[in-house]
Design a protein around this ligand. Structure first.
Ligand code: AMP
Length: 286
């Protein structure tokens, strides 16, 4: 596995891959790999002749009071883990190389970014789409894999690709969870033992909601019933500040009134005002 830090060098390499008729896969990440990241790499490895993983803690997707400065980072650790998954190139550019002083362009997707995480994190998705557009241009992938844990990010990137005709197939990967049910996240490393029960209330809420829906398959179920039920699971934990508990259409992300096969339960909760956790699940079926 090669470690590449220079954008000019990665461009040269991917040009050669393309000219050689090789299928290029990309997995964009911010590092501090866990099994969620590694599963995305495994999925991409199956489809790609050449697999590129990017590791870049993208400063422009963090708000002023967010965790950019404390975001976990260990290049040597991640290098070892990526190598173990058969990654061909780990692309880990410096901030200055991605955003030189005169950088002045933004890729922005309207509407889809206005609610849910976009409401609490203004500018976040512009940062995501801008860096992903840059990564696509630098690595020229045939396909790129993104996790369904970041459901809104996945929807926004699919929209960007459609709107701007990027010749990249976007592949979604199911959420990878700890045995406890907690959705894996680099940010879980911030959780103290005493905060674990509160953190687990998200996946417990999801499990309860799915059970509630599966036991009423012949009935009309309203989103409000599901939201109330999940609220009752999460809100007793005083560490939890609920950002949103919503039921949305899994493609448009618009609120649902009644539960259907396309209804996605989406949650964002801040633990002790420090750690923002998100989770989601389809409510009917697997
Ligand atoms: P991040 O490094 O957190 O920006 O994540 C990089 C990619 O891994 C994104 O596409 C995430 O959606 C995905 N990802 C992170 N955690 C998980 C998880 N628990 N299950 C599936 N995908 C994940």
């Amino acid at each position: 596995m090669r470690l590449v830090t220079s954008p000019a060098e990665i461009k040269e390499i991917t040009k050669t891959y393309r000219l050689g008729g090789l299928t290029v896969g990309l997995v964009p990440t911010m590092g501090w790999f866990h099994d969620g990241h590694l599963s995305l790499m495994r999925m991409a490895r199956e489809k790609a002749d050449k697999l590129i993983v990017s590791l870049f803690v993208n400063p422009i997707q963090f708000g002023p009071n967010e965790d950019l400065d404390s975001y976990p980072y260990d290049l040597e650790r991640d290098r070892r883990l990526a190598k173990g998954e058969g990654v061909d190139i780990l692309f880990a550019p410096e901030r200055q190389a991605m955003y030189p002083e005169d950088f002045g362009s933004t890729v922005s997707v309207a509407e889809l970014t206005a609610h849910l995480c976009g409401r609490t994190r203004p500018g976040h998705f512009d940062g995501v789409t801008t860096v992903v557009a840059k990564l696509f241009n630098l690595t020229l992938p045939h396909f790129a894999v993104f996790g369904e844990k970041d459901f809104q990010q996945l929807a926004v990137i699919r929209k960007m690709v459609r709107d701007l005709d990027f010749p990249v197939e976007i592949v979604g990967h199911p959420i990878v969870r700890e045995k406890s049910g907690l959705a894996m996240s680099s940010r879980n490393t911030y959780l103290k033992e005493s905060e674990m029960d509160a953190a687990l209330s998200l996946s417990r809420g999801i499990q309860k909601a799915r059970k509630f829906v599966s036991e009423r398959s012949a009935e009309v179920i309203h989103a409000a019933q599901v939201r109330n039920l999940v609220h009752k699971v999460i809100s007793p934990h005083r560490e939890c500040e609920i950002d949103y508990i919503n039921v949305v259409n899994n493609t448009t992300l618009e609120d649902c009134d009644e539960i259907t096969e396309n209804s996605l339960l989406v949650l964002a909760v801040k633990i002790n005002n420090r750690i923002r956790l998100i989770d989601n699940s389809i409510l009917k079926g697997s």
